[in-house]
Design a protein around this ligand. Structure first.
Ligand code: ADP
Ligand code: MG
Length: 333
């Protein structure tokens, strides 16, 4: 059973009118003034982060991945609650963790308003639930893509995936695929230099809140890329009953990846998770407004393809040949 089959089968329950339930980046709960956007994410030691990750970056990331879901709805943060299961109370570790989380909380105007703390028997677990506000009529839902829409992506792609792979290889995990082998083929010095460049993308993702808020009311569908561009865009296309074509040459691959073969750069850009950039669709007549939103938010925005009536997601190279597609991440596959 895949992660998504499991959720659909056991937890996709009927909703009251006006509520957007399971299936999007946030739930939308109607309130007297607009809607609450709510999202929760659980980070587990060994599964989502390495035990020796700097606690300051972990505090940042635990909040950042949740804020990213608010950004993907076009919602503005209002506050968050924090659940912690800790094997022990280590004051130095906690001070660093809290400092990283607090800085992002202040930068994004999303105050910590409660939570729960317990001792865990085995490993660290961090649960964050964020609350945001959005006008439901302007919210960026996954089911709102339309045939003919442009497909856009914010920021640059591929670095977080490469960072995670180098971390695994450094821990003597065996190479899994061609991209791992390409990283192994670099000299140790080149790999170390690449890791230094890409690691901040994995450890300190920047939620695109300003961009998401500016896109609300202009873009159609939106998702934040957590499991890989192809998989997450696939969720948008399924929800919207559409297909798409992407141009591989248009992908905003990070410059640091130029030490890798082009096909490997594209694999990281198309399949790599933990990106927390926004992938969104919009009518072609909104191009100028979207470019302006990118400039105002200080984030690069790139047009990478087109939504189509016909189902399926195809990626073409500059010669018009179909590019082989990597898989995204599924917790239960
Ligand atoms: P995201 O990557 O944005 O966090 P996912 O793709 O992981 O979202 O999840 C898909 C949808 O399933 C989301 O709407 C999420 O809220 C919902 N979901 C995931 N797990 C559960 C669960 N245990 N119970 C109810 N809904 C869930
Ligand atoms: Mg999401």
């Amino acid at each position: 059973m895949s992660e998504f089959d499991l959720i659909r089968r056991y937890f996709d329950w009927p909703q009251a009118a006006g509520t957007l339930g399971v299936g999007d980046d946030c739930a939308l709960l109607p309130s007297a003034a607009g809607s609450w956007a709510v999202s929760t994410d659980l980070l587990l030691e060994h599964r989502h982060f390495f035990s020796d990750v700097p606690p300051r970056t972990l505090g940042h990331k635990a909040l950042a991945v949740n804020l990213s879901d608010l950004a993907a709805m076009g919602a503005r943060p209002r506050g968050f609650v924090l659940g912690l299961a800790l094997p022990q109370a280590d004051a130095d570790w906690l001070a660093e963790f809290a400092a990283g989380m607090r800085l992002l909380s202040e930068q994004s105007a999303c105050p910590l308003v409660g939570g729960d703390t317990t001792r865990s028997a085995n490993g660290l677990a961090i649960s964050v639930t964020v609350f945001g506000a959005v006008d439901a009529r302007r919210a960026l839902r996954r089911d709102a893509a339309r045939a003919g829409d442009d497909i856009w992506v914010s920021g640059e792609l591929g670095e977080a995936d490469v960072a995670l792979r180098v971390c695994r290889l450094e821990r003597d995990e065996p190479p899994q695929d061609a991209l791992d082998h390409a990283l192994m083929a670099l000299t140790p010095a080149a790999r170390a230099q690449l890791q230094q460049q890409v690691l901040p993308r994995l450890q300190m993702p920047q939620p695109r809140l300003a961009l998401g808020a500016l896109l609300a009311g202009t873009a159609h569908a939106c998702i934040d890329i957590s499991d890989g561009l192809l998989q997450d865009l696939g969720h948008v296309l399924n929800a919207s009953a559409c297909g798409a074509q992407l141009q591989a040459a248009a992908l905003p691959v990070a410059d640091s990846l130029s030490v890798l073969p082009l096909a490997m750069q594209r694999q990281a850009a198309l399949g790599g998770g933990d990106v927390y950039e926004l992938c969104f669709t919009a009518n072609p007549d909104a191009r100028t407004r979207i470019a302006a939103a990118g400039v105002r938010a200080g984030v690069r925005v790139t047009r990478i393809g087109t939504v189509r009536h016909a189902s399926g997601l195809q990626v073409f190279d500059a010669q018009g040949l179909e590019v082989e597609r990597p898989q995204g991440y599924d917790h239960f596959a």
